[in-house]
Design a protein around this ligand. Structure first.
Ligand code: ZN
Length: 287
């Protein structure tokens, strides 16, 4: 049975081979005639010869020599791809300070387009300027934390003064129907043990600074992030700069291939870590 099939197969291949050789010879003759007469179908004929040569090579050589091997390779590749799809992506959190600003609406659109979520540490004095942006931010999958009302250096204030800063910010957010997270991102990263121990909040720092506030340059922001990002990173950006939003537009499609881009809460939730009050957080370390 196998012998018969194999015999037929070889005979068919021989026929295909003979037919194709004849076709190649006749087309080559036609082509050389066309070329010598500057014929405008010369290019088409040349393409036909090339594709015929390729077809002949495939149909004669690989079914007889490599059919089984080829089939196995395909199967293995398919299996590998489906396994790869099941591997969960590593997570990073992106955070934006000092907003909202005039570029924040555009940023929200970019986040949505890329299936990314972010944590926004807004300042109190910007709340009344961009109420609709804040409501949009809150009603999407992003989250809102505190950055003080006046962008104060917390280390220069008493505990009562810091509480006043936070409470006036919270009051304005409540008026918009927004309940912020009880997270503080201290302006300028200025913080000390006394503040952490005595304020009833969690303190969210960062592990990668995009330095967008310093460079205000799209390429430099992208380079800074790409050079330092790794699983569990919390990245610091500022949504008040157009260059930051431009950089994010380029960065997110690339980053989201490798990482799930989430809020700070989600980064810790999914890592089975509870964010507690009177503690600081800057990244999730890989177990
Ligand atoms: Zn700030």
């Amino acid at each position: 049975m196998f012998f018969n099939q194999n015999y037929k197969f070889k005979r068919n291949m021989k026929l295909i081979k003979t037919k194709n050789v004849l076709k190649v010879v006749s087309m080559s003759l036609f082509l050389s005639l066309c070329i010598s007469k500057d014929c405008n179908v010369g290019e088409q004929a040349e393409n036909n010869v090339t594709s015929l040569l390729n077809t002949r090579f495939e149909s004669v050589f690989y079914p007889t020599m490599n059919a089984h091997k080829y089939y196995q390779t395909i199967k293995l590749n398919e299996q590998k791809n489906s396994e790869e799809q099941e591997i969960p992506k590593e997570m990073i959190a992106i955070t934006f300070d000092d907003g909202p600003g005039k570029y924040t609406d555009r940023l929200l659109d970019i986040l949505e387009k890329n299936d990314a979520e972010a944590t926004f540490f807004v300042v109190g004095y910007n709340i009344h300027k961009y109420p609709e942006t804040l409501v949009d931010m809150y009603n999407s999958d992003n989250e809102i934390g505190l950055h003080s009302y006046s962008h104060a250096n917390l280390t220069e204030l008493s505990i009562d003064e810091i509480n006043d800063e936070m409470n006036s910010e919270i009051d304005e957010l409540y008026e918009l129907g927004i309940s912020p997270k009880s997270y503080i991102r201290p302006p300028g990263g200025a913080i000390n043990d006394d503040i952490v121990a005595n304020l009833d909040y969690s303190f969210i720092l960062w592990s990668v600074d995009s330095r967008d506030w310093e460079s205000r340059n799209v390429d430099e922001i992208i380079e800074e992030v790409n050079n330092n990002v790794k699983p569990g990173t919390i990245i610091l950006f500022h949504d008040i700069y157009e260059t930051t939003v431009d950089a994010i537009e380029i960065l997110l499609p690339e980053l989201s291939k490798k990482y799930e881009i989430v809020t700070v809460s989600e980064l810790y939730d999914k890592s089975d870590i509870t964010i507690e009050k009177n503690k600081t957080y800057s990244k999730v370390k890989k177990k």
